[in-house]
Design a protein around this ligand. Sequence first.
Ligand code: AMP
Length: 183
Amino acid sequence: MRLVILGGPGAGKGTQAQQLCDNLGIPLLAVGDILRAEIAGETDLGKLAVSYVEKGELVPDEILIRFIGRRLLLWDVFNGWVLEGYPRTSFQAEELDFLLEDLAQELDWAVWLKVPTEVLLSRSIERDRSDDEPEILQRRLDLYEERTMPILEYYEHRNKLLTINGDRSPEEVQQDILKIVNS
Ligand code: AMP
């Protein structure tokens, strides 16, 4: 099973992606978490990404496309994965499809956690993360609307989009996703 999880900041991507991995027995690639760890470890990728992540900007496509291209070649993700927070731009979505084609693999679903903007805002404010400070959070929300929401159409066109009402308890959201991906 290969799933991407799409949603704004505070949509519950991290929670749902982790539970899906536990329930389906497949590994998680959480790009935001990976970037934060790389930044903390001051790795080459961390050094390239830090100024963008701190400001709530998107890390340039070419950096992440290269990273994902290498990461999906490793043996631990050969039989499936949940990709959280990636793709976030149309270019990333297209490049992911090219990559999967080269690997003779296919994406099963793009799961979109649909949550009203005011709920995204209030949930993110409750978190204690430096990139959830008000101005940075607003930038992240704007980028989600401008850059990530167009991807929904991309996946809809390919009959891959699974729209889930994310404005409910985490358990209900998870059950809804599982019902469809397991059917
Ligand atoms: P997240 O935890 O998924 O909200 O990601 C935190 C930050 O990492 C984002 O605000 C971006 O700076 C960066 N980031 C994560 N995923 C991507 C992506 N697919 N493309 C560009 N930047 C990303």
